[in-house]
Design a protein around this ligand. Structure first.
Ligand code: ADP
Length: 357
């Protein structure tokens, strides 16, 4: 509490009390007395040396431009940018005769908050990319390992057959060529083994987390895409915590992938009112997330190839998103499936074992 505060908080006018309750930085100014009459607790935290009783001249030093705004008469609320470095965003109103109310927001803090949000988003996207590359490498390693192993075996077989046929005396150049081909295949197999070893260490980090909170934190990451496409977002989340045990980044990546796919489906065949809905349901021992859209939907062919790696219907799609999502969910002992919506579009369902709170 400010030492020079001469108006007790409870005697403040209702407008002050309302702003104070909202946590706004507000000061009531008394232009006739050339003084600050009252300040809210948030103002006292923001400008501790400029509490009630401060001369308006002194306030003008801290907030250049204020005196000119106070000089203008009228009941209209003025929106101002104050300070030498334009660091304050302000609103000056006249709630009653002879009294002015100044509401302040620190623009630098807004900038810092925005920067923190952008940094967090960048970090998440970076981690997502690392995980995606890891998962893609595992898929590739798995697919390529088989033919490479078969090549090495065939080459070894061919070498011993040829040496038997030429009664143990294979031409030097041919033998060398075959040995080099076998070495190359073995080298490729070792690289693949190394990749698999590396990506196997990407096990989920298991921590108790509130899936409700995770969904609320994830949705804003796509706010720009939702806005740009004019898509309405419907969120149906249960009351209280919805606890699961899992890896926050992996689960967040699944949600983002499913939402991005829904947005793509809406863009492919836009309905009159594009809508993306997230609904979290509590079943016995399981949480079910439904990600629904009223987009283009799935035909039989797309449905059959849905979880096949590298199968995509999009011009720039890689076709690995859903297989990555499914393996992430399976790493959590969960399941991922889909259904066709009766009217239009598709719903993807994520089932995860619920954890005790
Ligand atoms: P990508 O998005 O790169 O194509 P995915 O594995 O995420 O890879 O998706 C594979 C395919 O599944 C997509 O190309 C699309 O045809 C189909 N698909 C995924 N989600 C939806 C959806 N919500 N609605 C319609 N089709 C979808």
């Amino acid at each position: 509490m400010n030492a020079v505060l001469d108006l007790p908080e409870q005697t403040a006018a209702p407008a002050h009390a309302g702003f104070a309750a909202l946590g706004d930085a507000v000061a009531a100014l008394d232009p006739a007395a050339h003084r600050v009459a009252w300040t809210s607790p948030a103002w006292q935290r923001l400008l501790p040396t400029l509490g009630a009783g401060t001369a308006l001249v002194q306030l003008e030093h801290a907030l250049p431009g204020l005196a000119a705004a106070l000089g203008k008469d009228g009941d209209q609320t003025q929106c101002l940018i104050l300070g030498d470095a334009h660091e304050w965003q302000a609103e000056l109103s006249a709630p009653s005769e002879g009294q002015r109310l100044l509401r302040l927001a620190d623009r630098r803090e807004q900038g810092r908050a925005l920067q923190r949000q952008l940094d967090a988003r960048e970090q998440l996207l970076f981690t997502s990319r690392v995980l995606s590359v890891g998962e893609m490498a595992t898929t590739l390693a798995h697919e390529i390992n088989q033919p490479i192993g078969a090549c090495a075996n065939l080459l070894r077989g061919l070498r011993s057959r040829l040496s038997r046929r030429s009664s143990g005396r294979l031409q030097e150049a041919e033998a060398q060529a075959l040995d080099r081909a076998i070495d190359q295949a073995m080298f490729a197999a070792r690289i693949i083994a190394r990749i698999r070893e590396f990506t196997h260490s990407h096990q989920p980090r298991r921590v108790k987390l509130d899936f409700n909170r995770l969904l609320r934190a994830t949705v804003p990451l796509l706010d720009w895409d939702l806005q740009r496409s004019g898509t309405r977002l419907e969120l149906a989340l249960p009351e209280g915590e919805a606890t699961v045990c899992g890896d926050e980044v992996m689960l967040q990546q699944v949600v983002i992938n499913l939402m991005r796919n829904a947005l793509d489906a809406l863009r492919t065949d836009p309905p009159p009112q594009p809508c993306l809905a997230l609904c979290l349901l509590r079943h016995h021992g399981e949480l079910e997330l439904q990600v629904s859209d009223n987009g283009c939907g799935l035909d039989d062919e797309a449905q059959a190839r849905l979880f096949v790696p590298f199968a995509s219907t999009k011009p720039s799609g890689m076709g690995i998103g859903l297989s990555i999502c499914r393996s992430f969910i399976e790493l959590h002992q969960g399941r991922l499936w889909f259904s066709r919506n009766p009217e239009r579009g598709t719903t993807f369902h994520v089932g995860l074992p619920a954890s005790q709170q």
